[in-house]
Design a protein around this ligand. Structure first.
Ligand code: KG4
Ligand code: ZN
Length: 357
């Protein structure tokens, strides 16, 4: 540590992870504490906003204290307090935003509000990762499936997004259909490894020939009909031909593998389309392909991205698994760039639920 080092405390509570981290000079992660609530939501098969918000209240202070202790720092060492203030579940976001405001005010340090999705796209720079700009960013989470052009950590421009479900949402719903429980994404990923990705050919929705948007609702419905048969009736009276219990373990694994193959094919096709369009239509040649959000932990997507990088000789930045899921290190890291430009917020900083999907 030197006197010039800038230590930023980051807080994050946008969904069902309570996290606090201290990052030095934007990349050196001194601590990154993540308290998950998965066990609280499992019985409901998804995140219950009320429960998430209350759990953040309980976990926020001990998580911050542990982040400070793990980094071996005192309050006086902290130069600024950063918080993911958008987008996310409003009741969840509010907890970290309130905590960050309180700390910034009482420590008399600057407050920096950070876009959670921009932070996901920065996660690959932590711990010495290489992010060269311009970069093509793919944000894939439970709430987002979007492509971005980033020209530096603070300049992120949306190129395309899902018009219906996010890919993580589709993973979670398919996990439900296969009775795998919550959180669904990692369980589908694991089961897919035992199946044949070619056994069932699910649809790949590409939209218009030049579209950079995504759609996963058709794929989700195709999986549902494959697992349960065609439905009869509507709304609350809908009934299906069979239950998931009638599928053999091999059939279930093939459904997981076939779904995953279709989802990843669509993501990769759009990545390729975006890279080609940027080069041909705007003479922008991306140097790095960066991925962020929970689904970037997916094994097939990681493999496909790194193969793509080799084929097209482009640097592919895959964040460490602990930086893929929601975490405060990415918030504190990105905030360093705002700190250097004195881009601070005041105590009127709001939690904002919505954002482009
Ligand atoms: O970024 P994140 O932690 O929270 C949001 O901001 O949404 O992403 C959570 C999403 C969930 O939908 C989860 O099922 C998915 O990421 N996910 C995965 C994997 N690990 C987490 N999806 C596919 N494969 C995985 N290995
Ligand atoms: Zn996230």
């Amino acid at each position: 540590m030197t006197d010039q080092d800038i230590h930023i405390l980051g807080l994050e509570s946008s969904c069902d992870e309570t996290s606090a981290a201290i990052v030095t000079n934007g990349t050196d992660v001194r601590s990154n504490i993540i308290a998950t609530q998965h066990e609280l939501h499992e019985q409901f098969g998804g995140v219950v906003p009320e429960i998430a918000s209350r759990a953040h209240v309980q976990k926020m202070v001990p998580t911050i204290e542990k982040a400070l202790a793990d980094a071996d720092m005192q309050w006086s060492d902290i130069h600024a307090v950063a918080v993911g203030n958008r987008p996310g579940l409003i009741g969840s976001l509010l907890i970290a935003v309130s905590a960050a405001k309180t700390l910034a005010w009482s420590l008399q340090r600057p407050l920096i509000g950070i876009d959670h999705i921009h932070a996901h796209l920065y996660a690959g720079a932590l711990d010495g990762g290489t992010l060269q700009y311009p970069a093509l960013g793919l944000a894939v989470s439970g709430g987002h499936t979007s492509l971005y052009l980033t020209t530096d950590p603070m300049h992120v421009k949306l190129l395309g997004k899902t018009i219906d479900d996010a890919v993580g949402e589709a993973y979670d719903k398919v996990a439900n259909m296969l009775a795998l429980g919550y959180p669904g994404g990692p369980r589908v990923d694991k089961l897919a490894a035992e199946g044949d990705p070619e056994a069932i050919r699910f649809p790949r929705t590409m939209l218009d020939a030049d579209s950079l948007d995504f759609s996963f609702s058709g794929l989700k419905t195709a999986v549902l009909y494959h697992v349960r048969g065609k439905p009869s009736g509507k709304g609350a009276n809908v009934s299906f031909q069979r239950s998931v219990d009638e599928l053999s373990p091999t059939e279930r694994a093939n459904v997981a593998a076939g779904f995953q193959a279709a989802a990843v094919d669509v993501l990769m096709a759009k990545v390729d389309r975006a890279r080609t369009q940027l080069a041909q239509q705007r003479d922008i040649h991306v140097k790095t392909l960066v991925v962020g959000g929970g689904v970037s932990a997916n094994s097939r997507l990681r493999q496909a991205l790194s193969d793509y990088g080799k084929t097209h000789q482009i640097n592919v930045n895959l964040p460490k698994l602990s930086y893929c899921l929601d975490n405060a290190a990415m918030i504190a890291g990105l905030a360093y760039h705002y700190y250097r430009e004195h881009r601070f917020d005041d105590l009127s900083l709001q939690a904002i639920a919505t954002g482009g999907r």
